[in-house]
Write a protein that binds this ligand. Structure first.
Ligand SMILES: C[S@@+](CC[C@H](N)C(=O)[O-])C[C@H]1O[C@@H](n2cnc3c(N)ncnc32)[C@H](O)[C@@H]1O
Length: 212
């Protein structure tokens, strides 16, 4: 894979499927599963905190974070796909309580338009399957403040993961590879599995990482 992934191809794919993708994610309970997980963490996020959802797609994880009851100063939702961001923005503006503190940013997760040590928490769900793992984690670490968490949800190598690789044209990373790459920039706080009764458990796992 080239060091910058295949951004034009990926952007084109998600520009085409944004509406369908958004509907599919609404139907499978993904948002609620992620919100429940985030609620279960003892996150110390004050009213001045800055949050980033990197590779936000149509904003499901951004909204899950808000559903979990957090009220940061600002949440930036970043993605390559203009159409996905348009769908995300439409949904964000309907959520009056949060709209003023949420923005949609078009950029590549490998070169984000933020200064070093900016964020108090970064969410990355299902995006580094499109990029070299090490480069994506390095960039997440760059924009995070020291000691702050990256909530990282990669797609699991599994039967479902293999089907998704074909459908979405990405490559899953082995858990061991995630651990090796993550350990360069993060302390690995935990690797959790969603309850098996929740559809997300078939495709995603969660690493809770803390910037060194
Ligand atoms: C499988 S979707 C996941 C979306 C969202 N995080 C979620 O969990 O619902 C993958 C998203 O990553 C975005 N993406 C892929 N490569 C990217 C890159 N290099 N920079 C920014 N976004 C990227 C795609 O445009 C797409 O919206």
């Amino acid at each position: 894979m080239p060091r910058n992934g295949h951004p034009a191809k990926t952007q084109g794919l998600y520009d085409r499927i944004a509406d369908v993708q958004n509907l599919a994610m609404k139907l499978n309970g993904y948002r609620e599963s992620v919100a429940n997980y985030l609620r279960s963490l003892n996150l110390d996020l004050g009213p001045n905190s800055l949050i980033l959802d990197a590779g936000c797609g149509t904003g499901i994880v951004t909204m899950a974070f808000q559903d979990a009851g957090f009220h940061p100063r600002h949440l930036a939702a970043l993605d390559l796909s203009f159409k996905s961001l348009e769908v995300a923005r439409e949904q964000f503006t309907k959520r009056e309580e949060y709209a003023h503190a949420t923005s949609a940013v078009q950029s590549n997760v490998l070169s984000m338009p933020f200064a070093d040590d900016t964020f108090d928490l970064v969410l990355m769900c299902g995006v580094l399957e499109y990029t070299p793992l090490d480069d994506g984690l390095a960039e997440a670490a760059r924009v995070l403040k020291k000691g702050k968490p990256l909530v990282f949800l990669p797609v699991k190598p599994s039967v479902v993961g293999s089907v998704l690789e074909l459908l979405y044209n990405f490559k899953t990373h082995k858990k061991a590879a995630v651990r090796t790459a993550a350990a360069k920039y993060f302390n690995i706080v935990g690797n959790y599995e969603f309850p098996i009764t929740e559809p997300i458990a078939w495709s995603k796992t969660i690493f809770l990482l803390e910037k060194k």
